[in-house]
Design a protein around this ligand. Structure first.
Ligand code: LLP
Length: 386
């Protein structure tokens, strides 16, 4: 179910463009799909995908935990009502300051990315339990920027090292289990098969209770039913509590970027210049991501179809939302909707070229809530005046 054109026009009138729109009920539906497929799993939402307070509060109210990697994510999760006992701290950059802040906030579950990270934790509170992050050293068949499980990536430890660290932790009674996050936008079950084969070696040796299989579920078209069947077999065999860390799966399809056409330029390539671009939604420029884009309130019967590039307003070729799209002849003033933009959208937006980051609006029960106001030039200047 998508948002009606009337509602989108109302968003543009009330809040201007560009604006991110989050359909909270759609987030609930995605969560429902995951829970129905794997009712036994504990879900820790990967806050990096979309840390907006309205989104986090919605997930907190649904009983979801959080996966965080920075103090900012941790504080946002807690502020939204996710209790510290349902927060898992991960990431390759934990330093002493973050460790102390996380402990101070009550975090007691940590994913260890390296031996050197463990050396920092070793001196701290023995009440903390640890997951050991495995680097499965495989090709997760996704964009190279998203391939966190490749041997060349900075994440996790090779099998043997993971086993050695697990032994040390188990001896201290601090081993919770193992963690793998092999990449993002993973669409092939075969990747998880390879991961489980490696994990089997570890769980045969260490019958620890938790398996955190990460997130990474591709949007759209993740083979959720087959994934669930395969994982359920595995956790039953080793008597494990399953943990999932979905980011994109929960929020991508619930989010939209509403933008207005500011110029139309006909030529060898027809360019439609929108008021949003790489500063607002970086994914097309950074990963070549393909977001569906449609015109609001105009149909194919109203105007002839043309092929256009949809570009942003900044002075850089990569400033683009979509390439070679067929749309009913866009005109200045038209509204465009960029879909599947709820994950890694606003959170990766920047002030490049002193762009002002968009407003964020949540839709709940058909009503609109301003979840974050649009930035102003004063916001840009404020930190420098200090
Ligand atoms: N767990 C860990 C340890 C992660 O590093 C990530 C994402 C997730 C869970 C959630 O992954 P998801 O379910 O969202 O795929 N900016 C990129 C995505 C980077 C993902 C980084 N890690 C993008 O726009 O596609």
């Amino acid at each position: 179910m998508s948002l009606s054109d009337a509602l989108l026009q109302r968003v543009a009138e009330q809040y201007g463009t560009p604006t991110y729109i989050y359909d909270l009920e759609a987030i609930g539906r995605a969560l429902g799909r995951l829970r129905r497929a794997l009712p036994e799993a504990r879900i820790h939402y990967a806050v990096k995908a979309n840390p907006n307070g309205a989104v986090l509060r919605h997930l907190a109210a649904a009983g979801v935990g959080a996966e965080v990697i920075t103090l900012g994510e941790l504080r946002r999760a807690l502020a939204a009502g996710i209790p510290a006992k349902r927060v898992l701290l991960g990431g390759p950059g934990q330093d002493t300051a973050l460790i102390h802040q996380a402990l101070g906030c009550g975090v007691r579950q940590v994913s260890l990315d390296s031996l050197s990270q463990w050396r920092l934790w070793q001196a701290e509170d023995p009440q903390v339990g640890f997951l050991v992050r495995l680097n499965p050293a495989l090709d997760p068949r996704t964009h190279e920027h998203l391939a966190t499980g490749a041997a060349s990536s900075k994440f996790g430890m090779p099998l043997e090292e993971a086993g050695q660290l697990a032994e040390e932790l188990a001896a201290r009674g601090q081993l919770l289990g193992f963690h793998v996050h092999a990449g993002s936008q993973i669409g092939e079950l075969a990747v998880y098969e390879q991961i489980l084969a490696q994990l089997a070696e570890l769980y045969q040796q260490f019958p620890a209770g938790l398996l955190d299989i990460g997130g990474g579920f591709a949007v759209p078209n993740f083979p959720l039913a087959e994934f669930a069947t395969r994982l359920r077999d595995f956790i039953r065999r080793y008597d494990l509590q399953l943990v999932l860390e979905p980011g994109r799966y929960l929020v991508a399809e619930a989010g939209f970027l509403l933008t207005r056409v500011v110029q139309v330029k006909a030529g060898p390539v027809n360019h439609v210049i929108a008021d949003a671009g790489m500063a607002d939604l970086l994914r097309p420029a950074l990963y070549g991501a393909l977001h569906p884009i449609r015109l609001i309130g105009v149909t194919e019967t109203d105007r002839p179809l043309v092929m256009v590039d949809i570009d942003g307003p900044l002075c850089e070729n990569a400033d683009r939302l979509g390439r070679a799209r067929t749309l009913p002849s866009p005109r200045r003033g038209d509204l465009l909707l960029v879909e599947q933009a709820g994950a890694y959208g606003f959170t990766m937006a920047s002030n490049y070229a002193s762009s002002l980051r968009p407003a964020e609006v949540a839709v709940r029960d058909g009503g609109l809530i301003l979840a974050r106001r649009r930035e102003t030039v004063e916001d840009l200047l404020r930190l420098e005046d200090a």
